[in-house]
Design a protein around this ligand. Structure first.
Ligand code: ADQ
Length: 531
């Protein structure tokens, strides 16, 4: 007898599954630090000390869209992570204005309330002037410091004029930060390699400030760093901070070794501190993560499931298994390497044709730099070649999506993916890997992860494979797709435990807790004296 479909039974089964997922989530989230915990901690650690965050990229841009002025959330790990922190702390966030409608929505001082409609913190926009300085500054950061620190065999550009622009723009940032701080004591949280000279410039104006800088990308070993023509000034800039943060201890150790190699300084390895010219800088590791609870809840929302089904239908994926890539199109992310391995996968496992597709979300980025233009072309070429060679009946084997997605739009893709491929050649942390894990509350799905990401130190239960090993990566696609469901669940459970234990609020809380514990808050640190 042919079994009949029992709609009531199916509904009950689905409801039971959803209830089980919610229960798992509740257990996971019992241990989670949330925005309210962070707010409490910040109040406890800092009292009413003013907090200023500064980063190159603004969390939201305002642009002229078809329906008037729109607020667009910036892609990129830094923006995603710090937006949550700024909300939790009601901070002032200083950042470079880049949207064509940014001026229209800001007040006469360049301030605007954020996030749009919620008014939880203040964005203080910086208009870098003249425009040529902004270009040189960006090129120095992205064309020199980025490849230098990532060590991915892309030669950094050393252009003296760009270095001068970088210095000048760091001065401008320091001016705006100092103005935002006003006469009060304050804790300044600088973000990333765009602002490496800011602390020393700020210190000249306000020796009493507490200054922390978090370096979101790797720090190279001393042998690599020493080729930078302005290596000493950059180090001096960073050593004006009270606390320097990196994602993993390895990068922090590289920094300490670099200082030891390049200059006279007293290194206290036990305390992980560097004293130079009477000023002490602590160097510590703080692993960042996404807002796991938010992603996990959104992933189990029936609307997200429906959106994932909609994507499957609109791309014409049928029953095919999906391997997903989500990256800014950056040469450090290993996208060509991933596509080449996908080609080899079809060569090794020809039966997979028609059964497996890759969805690659790749937002173009830094398109003014030649390396990024040629990367875009080479990715498009590879995708076309794969579709020509392995697609059938007008069906693609790789879907390349280059439009910028809102973070909420991204989650259905995580839900859709049977396998997530993170193949960075080098990465400070890599939030995408952790977001995928967060978006799998049903404890299914397999993460393939490059061992050259900071995340790989924590996510030991991912399938770890070098992106330089094309065949190894091709085989790992097969292994991930063929993995038994119990093994998938065991691994995903273990991954979720790790990811749930260290979210963005923990990251910020630990950083600020150390500011307090190490006596770095304004008023508790002597302005110029030896410590
Ligand atoms: P990124 O190099 O930008 O960050 P990553 O950590 O993976 O790399 O963060 C990317 C973020 O952008 C994720 O939150 C992801 O969801 C989002 N994103 C990526 N592609 C997107 C798309 N097409 N549409 C919308 N959103 C997209 C840098 C360092 C990392 C470090 C972070 C945080 O290079 O190593 O983990 O900062 O410190």
């Amino acid at each position: 007898m042919v079994p009949t479909v029992d709609p009531t039974g199916t509904r009950v089964l689905r409801a039971l599954q959803r209830a089980a997922t919610r229960q798992i989530q509740r257990r996971e989230f019992d241990r989670q630090t949330g925005p309210a915990d962070l707010e409490r901690s910040v109040r406890e650690y800092c009292g009413d000390t003013k907090i200023v965050i500064a980063s190159n990229r603004e969390p939201y841009q305002h642009i002229h869209g078809p329906n008037g002025i729109e607020a667009i959330r910036s892609p990129g790990g830094l923006a995603s992570a710090l937006d949550s922190v700024a909300r939790a702390t009601g901070a002032v966030w200083v950042a470079q204005a880049t949207g064509d409608a940014d001026r229209e929505v800001a007040d006469e001082k360049g301030r605007v309330s954020m996030p749009p409609g919620l008014d939880r913190y203040t964005l203080q926009r910086v208009w870098v002037e003249p425009e040529s300085h902004a270009q040189g500054y960006n090129r120095f950061a992205n064309g020199c410091l980025w490849p230098l620190c990532h060590v991915v065999y892309v030669r950094p550009h050393f252009v003296a004029e760009e270095w001068r622009d970088y210095r000048e723009v760091n001065e401008q940032f320091a001016d705006v930060i100092a103005a935002s701080v006003g006469p009060e004591p304050a804790l300044v949280l600088l973000q990333d390699y765009h602002l490496a000279l800011c602390a020393s410039r700020l210190r000249q104006r306000r020796p009493d400030l507490s200054i922390v800088l978090f370096w979101h990308i790797p720090w190279p070993n001393p042998e690599v760093y020493r080729i930078l023509p302005w290596k000493l000034e950059l180090l001096e800039g960073l050593l004006a901070c009270d606390l320097l943060g990196f994602h993993i201890p390895h990068h922090a150790m590289n920094f300490v070794d670099t200082v030891a190699t390049e200059m006279e300084a007293h290194i206290d390895r036990e305390k992980s501190a560097i004293r130079r010219r009477g000023h002490r800088t602590f160097v510590r590791a703080y692993a960042i993560g996404p807002d796991v609870a938010e992603i996990s809840l959104s992933a189990s929302d029936p609307n997200t499931r429906r959106a994932a089904d909609g994507i499957r239908e609109s791309l014409g994926l049928g029953d095919a298994k999906v391997i997903l890539g989500v990256d800014r199109l950056d040469y450090t992310k290993g996208v060509p390497e991933r596509l080449d391995a996908f080609r080899q996968f079809f060569e090794l496992y020809p039966d997979a044709r028609g059964q497996v597709v890759m969805v690659q979300i790749g937002v173009p980025t830094r398109v003014d730099l030649p390396e990024y233009q040629s990367l875009m072309q080479s990715v498009e070429q590879r995708v076309d070649d794969l579709n020509r060679d392995f697609g059938a009946d007008g069906k693609k084997v790789v879907h390349l999506i280059t439009r910028n997605l809102d973070f909420r739009e991204l989650i259905p893709y995580y839900v859709l993916a049977d396998v997530m491929a993170v193949t960075s050649l080098h990465d400070g942390m890599n939030l995408v890997a952790k977001e995928y894990v967060a978006a799998r509350p049903a404890q299914d799905g397999v993460l393939i992860l490059s061992p050259f990401t900071g995340a790989s130190r924590e996510l030991e239960h991912a399938i770890q494979v070098s992106p330089y090993d094309r065949e190894g990566l091709a085989i790992s696609f097969h292994r991930a797709l063929a993995m038994r469901s119990e093994d998938r669940a065991t691994r995903m459970r273990a991954l979720r435990e790790v990811v749930a234990a260290q979210n963005v609020y923990d990251w910020a809380r630990k950083l600020i807790r150390d500011v307090r514990r190490l006596h770095l808050l304004p008023g508790t640190r002597p302005s110029t004296g030896r410590r």
